[in-house]
Write a protein that binds this ligand. Structure first.
Ligand code: NAD
Length: 255
């Protein structure tokens, strides 16, 4: 990112909220947006250590950041997250719904709890944050929301019926929100990552990793930074005529 874009964004006092921003893709998104001049609200749900480390790194690079605790699957905590961001920075320009979990199992062995918890965090968490950020964004007649879906929500995956349902749901919800909010200059898009090297995929068995890797046309796992760059693009002015879209950043898995 050029220094002039960073200066313009800093001068415009752009503010981004990133859910689950302490590690993995969320962390990379926080750092990428900060490098482009955004002030960043780094959300976390349990221990603050990782989020605090991201905040320190952003501040060391000369941008502003705070860490805010909230379980996004809880309606009131998601509201408190949005309120805290506005109280501290005055407004929100960008919301990135990144928080997500997996509870994989074959459908016949999947418990109702594992189905519900994944849908609750991934889908309802995204809904909660979009719902609460919509009003302030509508008032300011400006905003961008980027939801992290998954290529699994597009093509499915054995052992991930719950996760695929939640991510396909995010895609439908992204398009619906784009239709609801476009008239007030609020854009809503999604990034659908493929197989990215984070703690979420490190727990997969070698067999599952090999099977996934064999589907990647570009022949390598994605890095969190690959996703962060696409998110920053969709969040920013360069994408000002793009809404309701899903960009697969997956090395070619889904074509
Ligand atoms: P990760 O497990 O490293 O990060 C997930 C983050 O979400 C963590 O910081 C976690 O604390 C946070 N989180 C979980 N539940 C939360 C809650 N209720 N409230 C607030 N925060 C919560 O995994 P990742 O790979 O960085 O995943 C980030 C996003 O990307 C997820 O939505 C995931 O589904 C999606 N994704 C990842 C991959 C991949 O290959 N890694 C592929 C497709 C999509």
């Amino acid at each position: 990112m050029s220094d002039s874009t960073k200066e313009q964004n800093t001068a415009a006092n752009l503010v981004a909220v990133v859910t689950g921003g302490g590690r993995g893709i969320g962390r990379a998104v926080c750092l990428e947006l900060a490098s482009r001049g955004y002030s960043v609200v780094v959300n976390y749900s349990h221990s603050s250590d990782a989020a605090d480390e991201v905040v320190s790194q952003i501040k060391a690079q000369g941008s502003e950041a705070i860490a805010v605790k909230a379980d996004v699957s809880d309606h009131d905590e998601a509201k408190a997250l949005i309120d805290a961001a506005i109280e501290h920075f005055g407004h929100i320009d960008v919301l990135v719904n990144n928080a997500g979990i997996t509870r994989d199992n074959l459908m016949m062995r999947m418990s109702s709890e594992d189905f519900e918890s994944v849908v609750k965090v991934n889908l309802e968490g995204t809904f909660n944050c979009m719902k609460h950020v919509a009003r302030p964004m509508l008032k300011q007649r400006k905003g961008a929301i980027v939801n992290i879906a998954s290529v699994v929500g597009v093509i499915g995956n054995a052992g991930q019926a719950n996760y695929a349902a939640s991510k396909a749901g995010i895609i439908g919800m992204t398009k619906s929100a784009a239709r609801e909010l476009a008239s007030r200059n609020i854009r809503v898009n999604a990034v659908a990552p493929g197989f990215i090297d984070t703690s979420m995929t490190q727990v997969l068995s070698d067999k599952a990793k090999e099977a996934l890797q064999s589907q990647i046309l570009l022949g390598r796992l994605g890095q969190p930074e690959d996703i962060a760059k696409a998110v920053a693009f969709l969040a920013g002015e360069e994408a000002s005529y793009i809404t309701g879209q899903v960009i697969c950043v997956d090395g070619g898995i889904a074509i």
